[in-house]
Design a protein around this ligand. Sequence first.
Ligand code: FES
Ligand code: FE2
Length: 442
Amino acid sequence: MTSTPVRRPVDRLARVPEPAVDVGPYFDLDHGLVDRTIFGDPALYRQELRRVFAPSWLFLAHESQFVKPGDFFTTYMGEDPVIVTMGKDRRLRAFLNACRHRGMRVCRADAGATKAFTCSYHGWSYDTSGRLVNVPNGEDYPAHFDRDQWGLTEVAQLDTYKGLVFATWNPQAPPLVEALGGMTWYMDAMLDRDPEGTEVVGGVHKWVLEGNWKLAAEQFASDWYHVNISHASALMVMSPTGKGPKTEIVQTPGRQYTDPLGHGHGFPTHPKSRFDDRVVHGHYDYEALRERLGDARVEGPMTTGHATVFPNFSYLPVNGSIRVWHPKGPDRMEVWAWTLVDRSMPDEVKDAQRVYNLRTFGPTGIFEQDDGENWSEVQATAHGFVSGSMTLNYQMGLGLEAEDGVHPGTTGRLYSDGAARGFYARWRDLMNTPAWHEKDTR
Ligand code: FES
Ligand SMILES: [Fe+2]
């Protein structure tokens, strides 16, 4: 009996070539114009998975979800299912959650602890470093079958930034800290308040919204504008008189940071424009924070910031909400949200933060409900031929961005579409650039 050696590398990405669409004509960002086609077109969605999600650093989990070897968490990178796990060497790794035999998911739990991932189809089994360690009926395979070639597909790079775990499939992506760029100064207002760092509490909340993921990502990067209108009833509930939002919220000054890498962050700078929980607020020593993070961060992002790390990780530092907008087709996203707390907070403060986050930005939170309603309504009206290809207005704050000498990088007014324009400039450039896998000619 003869056996044929494997001809092509087993880890090669074999694709049916798909034509790329030039998305340039959908934008005139110098004049603040965006064509609505980018939110609903199936071909653009496929291109976005290939050219925006596959090459970018994507948020996976928080380090505190992995305490001992074998701890794992399953999530998605774009629409690719992945397992994040701590190996025996205590290193975090991430693998495609797809068996190398026929592609079955090898891990079907949301999270847990295990010694091995055993496929429930034919029983191939992988250890926590991704090696194929057991193959039932192994004697029936040919002599050249080499288990070492059939381990789980591992991400090209995995790294953490102050507790947040990110990974990318792109071997040519710059290091994570470079990809975060100037955004780290702003992120530290949430991640570096406590010398002991942060952790997540209360599990992961997951819900589905009928809207394109970019609607949520751009809003968290850029949109304070909707707050007084969309959240009017929530602000009334929270106002001391119950009659209307405080003037300092409606008229609040603030800044909005636009990053050339597509990240964005808005924040009021009025000291009374706060949405934080009283217990959490009472816990903080603001003088110590000023020393640690500087006045600009305590008076800015630490009031009530909202932010997106390109492409689909967003957060609200004061509410303690960190979340991912998982794409599920052009018309649908899945929101996965955690509550982030400082490690050295007493338990009752951590719990106050958790409950406050759920009340405001949990799946039934008084603010979250308003936001989800907007995104689904916007998507629903984009299904028509005419309504789906109209031009949208992103002109707020055009021409008003500058270096302000206080906040690093380019900032504009709080009420601005600046970070949304930056987000779409980055998205457009990635969509129009062949990704590393398109240049791979092996
Ligand atoms: S698909 Fe996993 S063992 Fe067959
Ligand atoms: Fe909102």
